[in-house]
Design a protein around this ligand. Structure first.
Ligand code: PLP
Length: 389
């Protein structure tokens, strides 16, 4: 299989598996206990905290380990929105991941003020709208994702942070898709909270973290034994934490040596090959501000559901730009927020790269896509019906 669905999840790096295995098999003690074995586990957690902090350019005590991106986003919002009873207003963009959107929905339906900001046709936030939406003295938090999972479109985070802080609001960013893929420094971009998830950068599923700046307070929503300095109760997932620490170290190195340029070259070669054969193909999202790992493509008249099946039969795994609900395809909220028509969204397919894909596989996948799109178009012309599941 050629796996072009890395925005959904990435394969484990073998070096990550090697680092975590001893904490599943030998050093399984609870890190809160007092004997030597437990101290080994606690030391491994400390090391991983330093590794993750180095990737974000922050202090180790600003990292709180959690179960993944969803918990991290929920914890950031739950904290920031309950720190000050006079400030309950939440501002988000319409293209946020469900981990933020669903929390905002619940916040709204329990009578609290929420503003959802539009994005432009390229998927980027309108800064003017952000300025207009934030209410001095009332807005508790602005939450804007660093990189979008469907289109790969980036920020503008720096400007958004500045606006939020001018208005006295805190700033959270869902950086689940950005961490390990772009060079980011919370010293240079002073967000207050940042969410990340291990399985998007070659660590296992079920481990993530929240960066909480030393400048801000944090009110935990997971209560219990007081682990993570009282910020996230629950016995630590030591093996997962060790894995994510190792993955963070590896990704930092990859970024240092410019491996992202190799990934960008593959993505660009893929698109160029497809444009040459299928010139009516359209890239969704701002092409200048986009993750190097992501290509969201619109093939006019070619429903993604059918294309995915054909590609799967030919050994290529990727994702649709629409979700199947009650037997019908609906455009995702991200493509709708960008103002793309239903047909455009239904005919959108997302391809996403991890470091483990090669140029040879990329070219093979592009050829498979070209053949599949041509086949679907020829079936359509011949009057056959391609069923979408
Ligand atoms: N935020 C974004 C942008 C994501 O892409 C995802 C996962 O797809 C999440 C949050 C949720 O992360 P997790 O799967 O670790 O809960």
């Amino acid at each position: 299989m050629i796996y072009l669905d890395a925005n959904a999840s990435t394969p484990l790096d073998e070096r990550v598996v090697e680092a975590m295995m001893p904490y599943l098999t030998q050093h399984y003690a609870n890190p809160s206990a007092l004997y030597t074995e437990a101290r080994l586990a606690a030391q491994a957690v400390t090391k991983a905290r330093e590794q993750v902090a180095a990737l974000l350019d922050c202090e180790a005590d600003e990292i709180v380990f959690m179960s993944g991106g969803t918990e991290s986003c929920n914890a950031a919002l739950a904290s920031a929105l309950t720190l000050d009873a006079r400030r309950t207003h939440l501002v988000i963009s319409k293209s946020e991941h469900a981990a933020v959107l669903e929390f905002a929905k619940r916040w709204f339906f329990t009578g609290r003020p929420v503003s959802e900001l539009d994005v432009d046709r390229g998927g980027r936030l309108h800064l003017g709208e952000l300025r207009g939406a934030t209410r001095p003295g009332q807005t508790a938090l602005v939450s804007v994702m660093w990189a979008n999972n469907e289109t790969g479109v980036l920020g503008p985070i720096e400007e958004a942070v500045e606006i939020a802080h001018e208005r006295g609001a805190l700033f959270h960013t869902d950086a689940v898709q950005a961490v390990g893929k772009v060079r980011l420094s919370v010293k240079k971009t002073p967000v207050d909270y940042l969410s990340l998830s291990g399985h998007k950068f070659h660590a296992p599923k079920g481990i993530g973290a929240l960066y909480v700046s030393r400048r801000v307070r944090f009110k935990p929503w997971m209560l219990g034994g007081g682990q993570e300095s009282g910020r996230r109760s629950g016995t630590e997932n030591v093996a997962g934490i060790v894995a994510m620490g190792k993955a963070a170290e590896l990704m930092r190195h990859e970024l240092d040596i410019g491996d992202d340029r190799r990934v960008a070259a593959m993505r660009d070669a893929f698109e160029e090959r497809i444009f040459a054969a299928l010139p009516d193909t359209v890239v969704n999202g701002n092409r200048e501000y986009r993750l190097v790992t992501t290509s969201s493509l619109h093939f006019p008249g070619v429903e993604a559901a059918g294309l995915l099946i054909l590609l799967d039969e030919n050994g290529v795994a990727c994702s649709a730009g629409s979700a199947c609900h009650a037997g019908a395809l609906h455009p995702t909220h991200v493509l709708s927020a960008m103002g793309l028509e239903d047909e455009h969204a239904r005919c959108t397919t997302r391809f996403s790269w991890s470091r483990f894909i090669t140029m040879e596989q990329t070219i093979q996948a592009a050829d498979a896509v070209i053949a599949a799109v041509k086949k679907m178009r020829s079936l359509k012309t011949a009057g056959s019906v391609v069923m979408a599941s």
